[in-house]
Design a protein around this ligand. Structure first.
Ligand code: ACO
Length: 371
């Protein structure tokens, strides 16, 4: 049987329009533009407006990615949303995206590996395709971190931003696509970066709110040290696993947490700035969304061409870290353009009909119970 490969054929991103500058942050906490820029490289970040949520950003990014791939929503077999700021504890944000994009034949689930999540999600989607169990997957990294940031804590509030990015993965017997992945974790560092309250260990109560335990808590220095240790090593491991050399890699797309962490990884790998994508200045740290957003920016800037080898590499809470190597594909050739506005309308009608069906089923069951 011919081998199956998982190609990246679509990409898309979505960020809120509202931009929060360093100057505005100086009105909120004791900080300065100079401190933020010199310690992190961040200049601005996008912040979700009322009504904008992780699911709405994820949906926009997914539709943009499907448009590039020209893949119709009913052909999507699997949706993975990687997020640390899901819409709810349950249902999965991925199910909300499934409904909104009209992916009526897709399985959908969320994945939590913090900022490394998108790399985990790409690998899960690629594995499912390579195993032959599915043909097409949409993997999304989406966050509204502004909702779990303590805006009175200068140690964290200057770092994070909101946004979403998505890839479409498709099966093909042509070699290429996702070539390797290295996924790692170390739970002994779980206390270094967490949102302590709101889960089963510490349900939110008045005390948790008073202690601000429902917000991000971070030991920045420790996370920084860990990040500078793993970024280069994970990159090397994934490149070796793909039977390539660092010199064969055209572009590294790292998690965008801090310019100094990215520079340190580049130095260890002996790579010049033109082979590293950085978007941290404009978007801040958008956690799991940062790698797909940076990929979209690299494409928009003409820095990524079909046939290029890329490394996606990241680290985050957990602790988690990982890297994936891919040969960049671009969209598969197609003859007819998919009409996405039509699918959005059909998906609304479909959801409405499903709700009516459930109501009638309920009435019929209740009537039968009465007999
Ligand atoms: N403005 C001004 N001063 C500040 C600010 C601020 N926004 N934040 C902290 N400081 C102060 C601190 O209070 C400290 O003061 P002190 O010495 O009087 O106590 C001083 O600046 C230096 O603090 P450090 O922590 O040593 O600063 P550092 O150079 O390490 O930079 C930073 C801090 C930017 C947080 C850095 O440690 C970092 O980037 N760490 C990694 C964080 C990260 O990547 N997190 C995301 C992980 S991904 C995920 O899973 C969500």
């Amino acid at each position: 049987m011919a081998e199956t490969y998982a190609h990246i054929t679509g990409w898309g991103m979505a960020v809120p329009e509202r931009i929060l500058t360093n100057a505005e942050l100086t009105q909120m906490v004791d900080t300065s533009d100079e401190w933020i820029r010199s310690r992190t490289g961040i200049g601005t970040r996008h912040i979700a407006e009322n009504g904008q949520t992780t699911a709405s950003l994820a949906t926009e990014a997914a539709i943009n990615a499907l448009r590039v791939a020209n893949l119709s929503p009913p052909d999507v077999d699997m949706i993975i949303v990687s997020t640390s700021t899901p819409e709810h504890i349950f249902p999965a944000t991925a199910c909300l995206v499934q409904e909104r994009i009209g992916a009526v034949n897709a399985g959908a689930f969320d994945l939590l590996a913090a900022c490394t999540g998108f790399i985990y999600a790409v690998n899960m989607g690629a594995q499912a395709i390579r195993s032959g169990s599915i043909q097409n997957a949409v993997v999304i990294g989406a966050e509204t971190l502004s909702r779990i940031v303590n805006w009175e804590d200068r140690n964290t509030c200057v770092l994070f931003g909101d946004g979403a990015g998505a890839f479409v993965l498709q099966a093909s017997d042509q070699p290429g696509g996702v070539l390797s992945a290295v996924l790692r974790s170390d739970g002994s560092g779980s206390g270094l970066l967490s949102v302590p309250a709101g889960g089963s260990a510490h349900p939110i109560d008045e005390q948790a709110i008073a202690d601000k335990q429902h917000y991000i808590q971070m030991n920045g220095r420790e996370v920084f040290r860990f990040a500078t240790r793993v970024m280069a090593s994970a990159t090397r491991e994934a490149v070796e696993k793909a039977n390539l050399l660092i010199d064969d890699i055209q572009l590294i797309i790292p998690h965008q947490a801090n310019q100094r962490i990215i520079d340190s990884a580049a130095k260890q790998l002996k790579l010049p700035p033109e082979r590293i994508v950085t978007t941290v200045e404009d978007y801040g740290n958008t956690s799991t969304a940062s790698i797909p957003i940076a990929t979209c920016e690299a494409i928009a800037d003409g820095r990524l061409q079909p046939g290029d080898n890329i490394v996606l590499v990241g680290f985050g809470a957990g602790l988690t870290w990982g890297a994936a190597v891919a040969e960049w594909s671009g969209p598969f050739p197609y003859e007819r353009k998919v009409r996405f506005s039509l699918y959005r309308l059909l998906s609304r009608i479909w959801s409405f009909l499903q709700r009516i069906r459930r109501r009638f089923e309920g009435i019929i069951w209740d009537t039968e119970d009465d007999k």
